[in-house]
Design a protein around this ligand. Structure first.
Ligand SMILES: Nc1ncnc2c1ncn2[C@@H]1O[C@H](COP(=O)(O)OP(=O)(O)O)[C@@H](O)[C@H]1O
Ligand SMILES: [Mg+2]
Length: 371
């Protein structure tokens, strides 16, 4: 990197830290400093060590979630609890990775918002409403955070599963209050867990209330101004009233992550092992998991390693073994074979991690070559 690029990058980091220092929560600063520590580790180990030392000396107490709730947030009429969660400066603990198709749609949303003036000059409205669909833990809520961070706007989240659990009769009104709030403030609004609305459908005593709620939602989505960005997320698009679904201008689907994307996330989380075979091994082993489950598993392994003299190799091998234990015979052999053939582990390593005997691996390798 040239001196000038380096300088620009550092200014960017500094700016980021200052912005969050002025408005964010202490744990957000910690997240950022941890990331910087990782980033600078290879170039300037001494500096990274200083940062680590700072973090060690100032453990944060998690600040109460509602402490910094700014005045004027809409409250539930009875409970007086805030209806939305507001993240002034969304901080991502890892950099997201998405399938190329999801990425290009996400980037397009951001590009449109950043180019509002040009769109207006051309007499074109930006995308106002976007629906994220996909199974749990694949990064729908995360994508909303990412968009808000890229746009430098606060993220206001209305968790419908939470609102729906209170009195249904009030929900429609609460939704209105929240949307009105979001229209007046420059923010990105996320209606999270939208399917919660549909899930109540089976209770016939509430049919009338639900109909009213859906009507409110439809109206609000239709009337959403082109100056704002309304995002919604659902794990069960099939449960959603097609009328609601159709209202969104763009639908972005998030599939289960590929092995390559899982290994990218593992690389991000495993700083010291980034250049080892581990990210690839874990990517293949974790295939079929959501990002969320993968992240939890790696964090757990890091914790056990830290408690166990820092033996991360042992902890990760244990993780692969426990995944392998849950597979059936054929799947386990498949995994062992991928580890030798695709990742280049030795037969012994693959056998240790999967419990498949070396003989069996050899036999299958021969068959694969013969086929
Ligand atoms: N695309 C992604 N890239 C990296 N990490 C991700 C991604 N998606 C999810 N994660 C991890 O999983 C966690 C849960 O994801 P979330 O967005 O809440 O899932 P959901 O799709 O259920 O809303 C995130 O906080 C993040 O740690
Ligand atoms: Mg979510």
């Amino acid at each position: 990197m040239s001196k000038m690029d380096e300088n620009a990058k550092m200014k960017e980091d500094l700016f980021h830290v200052i912005r969050v220092a002025l408005t964010g929560r202490p744990q957000d600063i910690h997240t950022i400093v941890r990331k910087l520590t990782r980033k600078y580790k290879s170039d300037d180990a001494a500096f990274a060590e200083q940062l680590t030392e700072l973090l060690r000396k100032s453990p944060v107490r998690a600040s109460p979630a509602r402490r910094a709730e700014p005045a004027g947030l809409p409250l539930d009429g009875d409970s007086r609890l805030p209806l939305v969660r507001l993240a002034e400066n969304p901080v991502l603990e890892i950099e997201p990775v998405y399938a190329e198709e999801s990425w290009s749609s996400l980037r397009q949303i951001v590009n449109e918002q950043q180019g509002l003036d040009r769109l207006r000059a051309a007499g074109i409205d930006p995308t106002r409403t976007v629906l994220f669909t996909g199974p749990p833990g694949v990064g729908k809520t995360f994508a909303a955070k990412w968009i808000a961070r890229e746009l430098g706007r606060p993220l206001a989240t209305l968790d419908l599963s939470a609102v729906m659990s209170s009195f249904l009769g009030r929900t429609g009104n609460n939704v209105r209050v929240v949307l009105d709030y979001a229209k007046e403030h420059e923010c990105v609004l996320l209606l999270d867990e939208l399917d919660a609305v549909a899930k109540r459908r089976d209770d016939s005593t509430e049919i009338g209330e639900l109909k009213r709620l859906v009507t409110v939602l439809l109206q609000e989505i239709d009337e959403w101004p082109s100056s704002g960005l309304l995002l919604a997320a659902t794990n069960h698009p099939d449960l959603l009233d097609p009328a609601v679904w159709r209202r969104f201008e763009t639908v972005i689907d998030f599939p289960y992550p590929s092995a390559v994307h899982l290994s990218d996330v593992c690389r991000d989380l495993l700083d010291d092992q980034a250049d080892s075979a581990w990210p690839s091994v874990l990517g293949i082993s974790l295939q079929g998991s959501s990002f969320s489950d993968a992240v939890q598993s790696i964090r757990r392994a890091k914790r056990s390693a830290a408690l166990n003299d820092g033996d991360i190799d042992a902890a990760l091998a244990q993780l692969v073994r426990s995944i392998s234990n849950r597979l059936d015979r054929a799947e386990r052999q498949e995994l062992a074979l991928s580890l030798t053939r695709d990742i280049g582990l030795s037969q012994r390593q693959a056998s240790d991690m999967t419990g498949v005997s070396r003989d069996t691996i050899r036999k299958h390798e021969r068959e694969a070559v013969g086929a």
